[in-house]
Design a protein around this ligand. Structure first.
Ligand SMILES: NC(=O)c1ccc[n+]([C@@H]2O[C@H](COP(=O)([O-])OP(=O)(O)OC[C@H]3O[C@@H](n4cnc5c(N)ncnc54)[C@H](O)[C@@H]3O)[C@@H](O)[C@H]2O)c1
Length: 271
């Protein structure tokens, strides 16, 4: 018996990275998984991987930043699996060429990041919640980010999308509480995924050096793995979290526990 036996779970950006780990984990726990992704090769490969180990999954090849992409994904889940119990709003982009200030950021890049990282959350709720209402409840989970809480240089659109994601999560948790729909978010620290590797390489960094310094920046001394996030997502999606809504959870190796002075003050309090 799996914890999600027979549940219909949508994972956006579910082919690779954090979404890939979540798709695998939900399927291992018995869920019927609908994967929305714009990478056809990786989406097909993920479905093969799940079905060849006895799981149930389907792939929708679409852009999560569009109405049609989100609507067709919900329709596919309802048609194949009879409804939608869980939406993991994981999809997100941070293109290497977006690491510039707001003056330099092309307007189209702003629009694209906001559409994929934030508008997709609104669209998935718009189309999935009516089915959750019919079923008497559901769970919506976002991959937001520690960058929704604190910031750094050159990430205006990404930071805005993640702050917006957290705010929308909080707001929708109130609108949908009466429908027994829980809305929550996870804030990953740095996780070793294609996004992070592409960002390092795309901004001209040395991959091994940057991965090591990223690991050192986290109090636990390592970079996170996609499974670290999937574990939290499965917990939040489960009935074990049935009194949890409107909150975010940092899965960040201790990153958000540090103050700005953390690296200048020794463990003994000496400056
Ligand atoms: N990796 C990290 O360090 C980190 C940290 C904080 C937050 N996050 C967030 O976690 C989420 C997942 O990140 P990741 O690192 O696994 O990313 P990733 O780039 O490694 O994987 C993202 C997946 O989404 C798909 N995708 C991207 N844009 C899409 C679109 N418009 N339509 C459909 N599919 C699309 C990609 O093909 C890929 O399968 C994102 O929301 C990201 O912002 C990641």
């Amino acid at each position: 018996m799996g914890e999600f036996d027979g549940k219909s779970v949508i994972v956006t950006g579910g082919a690779l990275g954090i979404g890939g780990a979540a798709s695998l984990a939900f399927a291992r726990e018995g869920a019927n998984v609908t994967i929305l992704d714009w990478n056809a090769e990786a989406g097909d490969a993920m479905v093969d991987r799940i079905t060849s180990s006895g799981g149930v999954a389907q792939f929708v090849h679409a852009d999560a930043g569009t109405t049609e992409g989100c609507r067709s994904t919900v329709e596919a889940a309802v048609e194949a699996y009879g409804g939608v119990d869980v939406v993991f709003n994981n999809v997100g982009i941070q293109p290497p060429d977006s690491y510039v200030d707001a003056v330099e950021l092309p307007e189209e890049t702003w629009d694209k990041i906001i559409a994929v990282n934030l508008k997709s959350r609104f669209l998935m709720a718009k189309y999935a919640v009516p089915h959750m209402r019919i079923a008497g409840g559901g769970v919506i989970i976002s991959s937001a980010s520690v960058q929704g809480l604190q910031s750094m240089g050159g990430v205006s659109a990404y930071a805005a999308s993640k702050g917006g994601d957290l705010s929308l999560m909080r707001q929708m948790s109130l609108d949908f509480a009466r429908d027994n729909i829980r809305v929550v978010a996870v804030n990953p620290g740095a996780i070793d995924t294609p996004m992070v590797r592409n960002a390092i390489e795309g901004t001209g960094g040395n991959l091994e050096d940057e991965l090591m310094s990223t690991a050192r920046a986290h109090p636990l001394g390592r970079i996170g793995q996609p499974e670290d996030i999937a574990n939290m997502v499965l917990f939040l999606a489960s009935d074990r979290a049935s009194f949890v809504t409107g909150s975010y959870f940092n899965v960040d190796g201790g990153l958000m526990a540090m103050g700005a002075w953390a690296n200048t003050v020794g463990a003994d309090g000496s400056a």
